[in-house]
Design a protein around this ligand. Structure first.
Ligand code: PLP
Length: 458
């Protein structure tokens, strides 16, 4: 789709609608002449160049990429009206779109019933899930893996809950024996299961944690902010297929968080929280002094901790899902390409003399480090940092990220490496763009040369 064409159509379509309400005069206080706008816009676009090329396949660093053009058009078009999805009166059309898009997410996870809504971020979505968890299990804490997103420890603090970090195994997944010990204390009311950790993309065994939690009367919240859409690859034929068990179990979790602004092709400002039991809506006490004139239906603001929220975010997601639905042959194809890229790169690294794989990717995140002599943590840390900075400074730049691995985690995977430090930075590449698949050989070759310390052949 031609973005320029559709952005023009967006302004036309909204203007056509606006014109039906009759003419009026824009207030002169808002006037900005084109000749004043031009130099400011030039300065603005120039300043925006102080950025990393998230769109480019040679950017293989953090979890960043531009939204799909359909999401851009959806967002901008709705923004010209600027509905507020806090209440139906704030924009009935985008409130309905939010319900439909959220229902698609719930169906993707196999929920038969649900209550859910979009949020501004995964952080707020997780906060809501933990808030509901606290209301259901007052006085009991929250267990989460030591590799879970730091938001869980922080939000437990906000909510006045004790957080219990649980050891991870040698693949970065929550250790079941350690979890059983923590649940055995009776002090835990909720376990947070991460389906795709932010660092390594490790998938906790949801299917094994569910029965364990049930035995202890403990609630299960799945933080699938990053990994949620990978459920579309569960049991898929082909190399990208994922072991189905953890993903098929999601439908039995009490709540799930997923971030459409990570793997759902959306601009920032789009997370989602889903509860399997719609009855938890009762915890969102709501007594707004502003009267709603369309009060027959539940307003989104009545089931959300946030008040004002961009209806444009719902519009963008709805429009994107009409074209690339959250199904295996829709959005699944996008994730499959990144997953194949990660597997291919892991194979190349395993065959390399210069690089070593930290662990096999479980999703689309590749972690690796330069082979050093001596094979020791301090040398690996320095070499990883050098590859990162040399890669960005080179005339043909490549953008990676680093991840701190502590000495125990390192030792569990690479026992022969001398632990002469607390840990080491390793290299990390999130291959979340489907285009990565065409660039893995190049990326590998490039990073190998950086690890050898040679300057690129130009
Ligand atoms: C990104 C992420 C979060 C935080 O979500 P934001 O949208 O950045 O606020 C929480 N948990 C996991 C697993 C994540 O990957």
């Amino acid at each position: 789709m031609d973005l320029q064409h559709w952005l023009g159509r967006a302004t036309d379509a909204i203007q056509e609608w606006a014109d039906t309400f009759g003419p009026y005069r824009r207030h002169p206080s808002l006037d900005v002449a084109d000749d004043r706008f031009a130099p400011v816009f030039a300065e603005f676009t120039d300043r925006l160049k102080d950025n990393y090329p998230f769109f480019h396949p040679h950017y293989a660093g953090q979890m960043l990429k531009p939204p799909h053009p359909a999401a851009v058009v959806g967002h901008l078009t709705a923004m010209l009206i600027n509905p507020n999805n806090h209440a139906l009166d704030g924009g009935p059309a985008t409130a309905a779109m939010e319900r439909e898009a959220v229902a698609q997410l719930a169906a993707m996870f196999g929920y038969d019933t649900h209550l859910g809504h979009l949020t501004t971020s995964g952080t707020i979505a997780n906060l809501e899930a933990l808030f509901v968890a606290r209301e259901l299990h007052p006085g009991r804490g929250v267990a989460h893996s030591a590799d879970a997103h730091y938001t869980h420890g922080r939000m437990c603090h906000v909510l006045g809950l004790t957080s219990h970090p649980v050891r991870t195994d040698d693949q970065g997944r929550m250790d079941l024996d350690a979890l059983a010990d923590v649940l055995g204390t009776g002090q835990v009311g909720t376990v947070v299961v991460t389906a795709g950790t932010t660092g390594l993309g490790a998938v906790d065994p949801v299917h094994e944690i569910l029965p364990l939690a049930a035995r202890h009367g403990v609630r299960v919240h799945v933080d699938a902010a990053y990994g949620g859409f990978f459920t579309l690859l569960a049991g898929a034929a082909g190399p990208e297929g994922l072991p189905p068990e953890p993903w098929r179990a999601l439908g039995r979790a009490d709540s799930i968080v997923v971030d459409p602004h990570k793997h759902g092709l959306q601009p920032y400002g789009c997370g989602a929280v889903l509860f399997r039991d719609p009855d938890v809506g009762r915890f969102y006490l709501h007594d707004s002094p502003y009267t709603y004139f369309t009060s027959g239906e539940l307003h989104l603001g009545e089931i959300s901790l946030e008040c004002s929220r961009a209806g444009a975010a719902a519009a963008a997601l709805w429009l994107t899902f009409r074209l690339l639905p959250p199904t295996p042959d829709g959005l699944g194809e996008v994730l499959a390409a990144g997953r194949r890229a990660a597997l291919r790169w892991a194979d190349l690294i395993e065959a390399s003399d210069v690089l070593e794989l930290y662990q096999r990717p479980q999703l689309d995140i590749v972690t690796y480090f330069p082979a050093t002599d001596p094979a020791a943590l301090s040398a690996i840390d320095a070499a990883s940092a050098r590859v990162l900075t040399d890669g960005m400074a080179a005339p043909d730049p490549v953008f990676l990220s680093t991840l701190k691995a502590d000495r125990d985690a390192f030792g569990a995977r690479h026992p022969k490496i001398t632990a002469d430090a607390d840990g080491a930075r390793i290299l990390r590449s999130v291959l979340m763009k489907p285009e990565s698949e065409d660039h893995v050989e190049y990326l590998h070759d490039r990073v190998e040369r950086l690890a050898r310390g040679t300057t690129p052949a130009t």
